[in-house]
Design a protein around this ligand. Sequence first.
Ligand SMILES: [Zn+2]
Length: 690
Amino acid sequence: MKRSFLSAVIIVVVLLSQSASLARMHQPSRDLSRAEILKRLPRPQDREMLRAGKARLEPVLRAEKSYTPHSYDVLHYEINMDIDIPGDTVRTASVFIDCQSQTDTLTTVDLRFFRMTIDSITVNGESKSYTRDDDELLVDLGGAVSQGDTFQVAVYYHGRPITGLVQMGLFISPSITYSIGAPEGAYRWYPCYDHPSDKATADLNITVPAGYIVASNGTLVGSKLDEKRSKAIYQWSEDYPISTYLICVVISQYTSFSMWYYTDQDTMEIPIWVAASDSADAVADFANLPDMIACYADLFGPYPFIEEKYAMATFNWGGAMEHQTCVSWGFPITGNQDWEHVVAHELSHMWWGDWVTYDDFADVWLNEGFATYCEALWWQYLYGEVGLQIYMDDMQDYYANWENSTGHRFPIYDPPPGYIYSPTEYEKGGCVLHMLRFVVGDSTFFDILRTYGTTYAYANAVTADFQAVCEAESGQDMDWFFDQWIYDQGFPEYSLLWSYANQGAKGYVLYVAISQIQENAPIFNMPVELGITTTSGSILDTVTVDDAQDFFQFVLQDEPLDVQLDPNHWLLCEKQETTVSDTTAPETIADLAIQLEGGAKSSSGDMHLWWTQADDDVGVVRYVVYRSTQAGSVGDSLAGAADTTYIDPGAAGDVNTNFFYTVKAVDWVDNKPDASNQVGEFDRSLSKGE
Ligand SMILES: [Zn+2]
């Protein structure tokens, strides 16, 4: 590739010692070989399966999303439901919604509810009128409710939850009955204000045929058997604020077992509900959960729902869903921990998704990118620094391959319709967090996560909120990072060339040229690690790459053998490293021109020189101007020029001395051509090009 533009700043670095690398976190808990760790990586189809369940939901979301801002705050949901499982129907249900008015003119409450039969609606116990328009439910309050006043809406209903082709709502079947409220489908099984931003507490009182177990959010307040009616009643209470899409029921004839998570202050149960036939394998598959909770609590802050539980209940949905305190699990149970990365992903959602919840789908990476990065953090816990690097290398490759093979290239922020649950939000989001960690350092990175968590605990956040925390904790403006990685698209494709020269007693000069050759993406500005192998060992150094082409020189004591770009896999990028022997000098400049400032007869002044930029097969990094007092002689070099102009100050004015100038372009490995045409002061009567 022929390049003629000039973009270089040469940095000469004398490398003395290896940079410090990852310092945080304890020793790996498992000592596996690199080959054994590689075998445990999720396959591409495993990554797809993690997203597949939610991806099926999205078309519905986009088709039906129709929110109006509401002027009340939901404080609490009480969901009472008698489910006739053999009859595939909700026999009776009542939902009590405690609300607080946020205006003095609130006369109706706008809820969403999907097509089951409403028997009656009351407000504060009095029957009220309502209107339904498709899934919109407007309840007449019978007069204005003042700001700050609370009221309770009760909706009594029954019927068969219509799910059809839609993958959200309440799915009733004798083997497994379960709800899916994500991304915004809670209204398909209970009336609510169905937006993640309005968190409330929740009680669920669920009646099912005897023999079934109901798993749900929060604490099991009670369960009782009504022997006369052959029914079981489960009372669950979620006392931490919860978004509507995270409220769940999962019902089956489960067997269960429990693990325990201990801290200095607390003991928390980890109940697991599975089919009896899977029980032994589930014990093995989920055995790491107590350590996993401890790992994330150490990194992010205490488990957010410590007064309640962390549970998993199997269902047959073909995915997993991070219901608050009660993950629904639809992956195979094998007894070999084959889906450990999903176990970690879903658990981490308790912090990133449930504790801090995105406010809008534009910010979905705050849930999914974070949870995907947490998979890698668990690998770091298990396998140490090498585990983290292997996991991130794989995640980066997976994403780059996906983007290249599909051509889907769009910013993380506000993905286009159909791509909310895409690798851009999951894997690229995870890669961006890893790069943020690289940029700000381990200590600041985990400070950012902890502060972000406590600042938006049990509430909602948008990308700008997260950036503000990054800026406060790091003490730097982070627009440069978020603009390129969150609000713009693509990733860098680096082409690195290297060469070196033996300087004898002075050692070796290593020349490095890095080009960014990506298309349909910005030129990225990132620190980049270079791993340099010499005859005496390895050296790691960090340079800033922020142009289409950047050049670097290193002075080494020993002969360089190899140069690797980003050897520790910090960056989402593609890269190729090539060693070259470049003996081709830039072209000779033929149009050097000169003018005396101040006019032809000025008694003294500055000499202005200019020329056209020279081409080179790799890149011109600077120019050197030469000055002689003898016509036809090159003379001594003056200071170099980075641009195609040069001023020789005060060079005119001495009638006894005439100066004669030439210029040479210098390429990245210090090749120089013959001198240019010569221009000079002559008799001080100068004109351009003389
Ligand atoms: Zn997720």
